[in-house]
Design a protein around this ligand. Structure first.
Ligand SMILES: NC(=O)c1ccc[n+]([C@@H]2O[C@H](COP(=O)([O-])OP(=O)(O)OC[C@H]3O[C@@H](n4cnc5c(N)ncnc54)[C@H](O)[C@@H]3O)[C@@H](O)[C@H]2O)c1
Length: 274
């Protein structure tokens, strides 16, 4: 793989497991030093099956680059500021930010008309506030450098409601797509690009466990006829993190096997749990 990010530094949020881990490994393969940050660095029962070490940091370092890891809550501004500042002071630059934290944080599904406010706010915070905070603090460093690439992780659910019981998650991801465009406009004069990736159904240890009995049904909804892989997403992240996408900003790329564009019917599955 061509080392298009040699000597650069990337922060990948929510990278202790799942798709975020794959982004961290991809950054390392491209030659970047990688900062791993997560609320739980252990990954626990959701550790990916092909993991080659106890932590993602060890896996990244085995690829010949340097790495820092920070355990903390991405909704805590003091924590986020510290991650951004330590990254800059350790490596001298902060070139790529991948805002991958997301999901429902165990808050679970529910209909909008029945949902407690706390539950709604929690999921908005995990998906939107973390993206805002990391973009704010990394963005200020990138403004001084006059370059950088911010990549937000949205979802097809931010464009079309995939599950009627995910109003909090869908709204959070829709807001991520909106923030991507506004910050792209703000940061364009500094040579900083801000884009988003919107995955469809992507297989991870956790996703497979949750959708176990519904995988066949969900696969039928995907025009390309298969559930996506973390690798499918990492290839697009590579494009957005490197000079391959230098003249692209404010865009959201759907990595979904055609789900959003070709088959936008929303799912009626209601027994979905997280
Ligand atoms: N898997 C899919 O099918 C799919 C589809 C569309 C979008 N996405 C998005 O891709 C991203 C990664 O998804 P995944 O399937 O790997 O999920 P995941 O739950 O395995 O990964 C999310 C990571 O974020 C961390 N995290 C959660 N809340 C945090 C917080 N407050 N502070 C710090 N870290 C926190 C978790 O510990 C976890 O490691 C998420 O943003 C998700 O919404 C996933």
């Amino acid at each position: 793989m061509e080392k298009r990010l040699l000597g650069k530094t990337a922060i990948v949020t929510g990278s202790a497991r799942g798709i975020g881990r794959e982004y961290a490994l991809r950054m390392a393969k491209l030659g970047a030093n990688v900062v791993i940050t997560d609320i739980d660095l252990s990954a626990g029962k959701y550790k990916e099956k092909d993991a080659k070490a106890k932590t993602v940091r060890e896996e990244v370092r085995a690829l010949g680059v340097e790495s820092l890891e920070f355990e903390g809550d991405g909704t805590d501004e003091n924590f986020v500021r510290l991650v951004a500042e330590k990254t800059k002071s350790t490596f001298g630059s902060l070139d790529v930010l991948i805002n991958n934290i997301g999901g429902t944080g165990g808050a679970g599904p529910g209909l909008a008309t029945e949902m407690e406010l706390d539950k709604f706010r929690k999921v908005i915070d995990i998906n939107l506030t973390t993206t805002f905070l990391f973009s704010k603090h990394a963005g200020n460093i990138m403004k001084e450098q006059k370059n950088g690439k911010i990549i937000n992780v949205a979802s097809v659910a931010g464009f079309v409601p995939l599950f009627v019981v995910q109003p909090h998650y869908s709204a959070g991801k829709a807001a991520v797509i909106s923030l991507t465009k506004t910050m792209a406009l703000e940061l364009a004069p500094y040579g900083i690009t801000v884009n988003a990736i919107a995955p469809g159904y992507i297989s991870t240890v956790k996703w497979d466990a949750h959708f176990d009995s519904q995988i066949e049904e969900l696969t039928k909804k995907v025009p390309l006829g298969r559930i996506g892989t973390t690798e499918d997403c990492a290839k697009v992240i590579e494009f957005l993190a490197t000079d391959l996408s230098d003249y692209l900003t404010g865009q959201t790329i759907f990595v979904d096997g055609g789900l959003k564009s070709l088959n936008p019917s929303s799912s009626k599955i209601e027994n979905y749990t997280v």
